[in-house]
Design a protein around this ligand. Structure first.
Ligand SMILES: Cc1cc2nc3c(=O)[nH]c(=O)nc-3n(C[C@H](O)[C@H](O)[C@H](O)COP(=O)(O)O)c2cc1C
Length: 222
């Protein structure tokens, strides 16, 4: 296929503005936290839709956009998801996770119980699509994990930008989500993300983020 190119222009800022914007954005992102205690206050569906469409602007291998975002607000379905997630999480916390893993999780205070799956007003269930079915034939998608991971990063940032909070949850294994949400065979569950407003008094673990000397390696004289 012949490539079709269109003009693209990007707003430029002065050096000072660029620096100010980078600081402002960093400060904003430093305020994002994973929250596990949600108020039941509903969210306007239009807001959820916009957040998801912001996520869907993410780059992806060969522009295949290999993701589907399912939004669950139905109370009965949220309850079923909680029951199945807790079954798996009980098994993981009591039998499947190594001692090292449990030790690494201990500072977060998490356990097999997942009340937030019912308390949060909405659950966004992200599916990755390893391939598409076009006229009954499989068409491969590329760098699916990388692409969907970036899209979820955008999703989390959009949620934070709108003044909402989220939990990146990975009940393991997650196959029950395909069954409960009746997803097609070319979709695999990737993450389960409750979103909403935090409870009036919400506690989060006192975590430390790595400092720049541990995160950045320079190969030039900046
Ligand atoms: C891929 C991934 C899976 C995660 N799975 C869970 C989970 O199943 N349950 C949970 O409570 N937190 C989970 N988290 C949240 C992390 O514990 C949290 O991001 C980390 O402790 C840093 O805290 P912060 O997000 O507030 O900066 C997960 C995060 C990521 C990125």
């Amino acid at each position: 296929m012949e490539p079709k190119l269109i003009p693209y222009s990007k707003q430029r800022y002065s050096a000072e503005e660029t620096k100010a914007r980078s600081i402002e954005h960093l400060n904003f992102m430093e305020g994002r936290r994973t929250v596990r205690e949600f108020s039941s206050e509903p969210i306007d569906f239009k807001v959820i839709e916009n957040i998801i469409m912001a996520a869907s602007t993410a780059p992806s291998g060969a522009n295949k956009q290999p993701w589907t975002f399912c939004v669950v607000t139905n109370a009965a379905l949220k309850s079923k998801i909680r029951i199945e997630a807790e079954k798996e999480e009980y098994e993981s916390y009591t039998n499947r996770m190594s001692d090292e893993w449990l030790e690494d999780l201990s500072h977060l205070g998490t356990d097999w119980q997942k009340p937030f799956l019912e308390e949060a007003p909405a659950l966004i269930v992200v599916f990755r699509r390893p391939y598409e079915l076009v006229d009954g034939k499989k068409r491969q998608n590329y760098y699916v994990y990388e692409s969907v991971g970036i899209a979820v990063g955008y999703l989390l940032e959009a949620i934070h930008y709108c003044g909402l909070v989220a939990l990146t949850h990975t009940p393991s294994p997650m196959n029950f989500l395909s069954t409960l949400l009746q997803r097609p065979e070319n979709e695999k569950p990737f993450l389960l993300i409750p979103i909403g407003f935090p409870k009036e008094v919400t506690m989060v673990p006192n975590i430390k983020r790595k400092t720049k000397d541990l995160v950045i390696v320079k190969y030039d004289n900046f």
